[in-house]
Design a protein around this ligand. Sequence first.
Ligand SMILES: [Zn+2]
Length: 199
Amino acid sequence: MASAEPGPSQPVAPIQILYCGVCTFPVEYCEFGSHITRCKEWLQKEHPPLYDKYYSEEALQAKLGTLSLEAQTKLEEDTAKKEAKAEKKADAALKKKMASQVTIKRIERNKRKYVTAIHGLEAFDVDLKKAAKFFAQKFATGASVTKNAQGFDEIVVQGDVSGDVVEMIEDGVGLLKGVPKDNIVEVEEKKKKGGAEGA
Ligand SMILES: [Zn+2]
């Protein structure tokens, strides 16, 4: 009888890499990101032993020991600059986002026949194709992404669903969650009077 049959070999424990909750780099590489101050705060709060390992006075001394004082100062300045730049960029992006409008336009195509054009959702990270599909299902009608006269993508839904779309945004339904209702602009485009249509 084979009594010494070797069992399945023990799996080698995978090397645990801890990724930073702020910059998403492995924590030992946070200094290469642009959020080192916040990275350090995060690490200190979440993993104090690791914080001590990387950022204690001792660890810093050991690391900087080889750098001249001048180089140390330069390094700190560069980091601060990088951080300021990243913060500014994030700020600008947020401002731009908050200034973006979502236009919901009711367009009369023919007598009592409407389409609804929705423009600007992409500024709030809404996938337009998915949104068109979502509207098509919700309203059991046709919906597509098309370029408007200005060359911008917008969603065109068959029928007058403008009021419903506004409500859905206000209620944060499905993928419309995150679109601020304050940014909605409702527009009505009437069919021009005296058109070719003979009533
Ligand atoms: Zn980090």
